[in-house]
Design a protein around this ligand. Sequence first.
Ligand code: DQA
Length: 164
Amino acid sequence: MKVVVIQGPNLNMLGMREQNIYGPMKLDDIHAQMKGFAEQSGVEVEFFQSNLEGEIVDRLQECLGEADGIIINPAAYTHTSIAIRDAIAAIQIPTVEVHLSNIHQREEFRHTSLTAPVCAGQIVGFGPFGYHLAMVSVIQIMNEVKALREAQQGQQAQEALQAN
Ligand code: DQA
């Protein structure tokens, strides 16, 4: 099973950017922690960061046939991007949205997420630990989807046998 982690604009500047809001941890260090946990869980993980909306849409589309789960922090695009929302809705891969800060406690323009309604869930306000929670959540969902598929395949095989 594979998880793709997609990071939006300015998240490459974590560690130096508004530390009072986002903390001192760098993106690479967050990714190293996520990779460690994913590997322990037998899950492959790939990371992607872009400051460009179209590149994020392209990466989401490329997840088709490649990823079983997605973790996304669309950053500022959370509040503006119908294109990213539509891409998440189009690919139908379980997606967890994560934000370091509690967007609901901040400026009003951050209270709305255009992407959250097409995600399985949203994790906000726990800093870098939110990415760990997102990884735990997406692995749980992927396991449930896998179990459901296997049960359906078993059922179909049984029906085919009975029909013969
Ligand atoms: C953010 C919250 C967004 O409102 C902001 O534009 C970001 C980071 C977060 O992780 O808290 O860039 O997504």
